[in-house]
Design a protein around this ligand. Sequence first.
Ligand SMILES: [Zn+2]
Length: 76
Amino acid sequence: MPIFEYKCKDCGNISEFIVFGKDDDLHCKSCNGQKLEKLLSAHNTTGSARSVGSSVPAGCCGVPNSCGSPGSCCGM
Ligand SMILES: [Zn+2]
């Protein structure tokens, strides 16, 4: 089930909600406020971190696609 965490901007309480597409009717479980900020899951955070890492040129000597594996033809 699509369970998301939301942090209340009023009291800082983090609530978990099962959301089926629409999330603008949610209320904080602590103060009943509606200023909820959607938190990214740990999986999503890991995925974005990998994307940042792969932005480094994969080819050798900073030239993308210049060789099959990084460092294999750089020769130092
Ligand atoms: Zn709250």
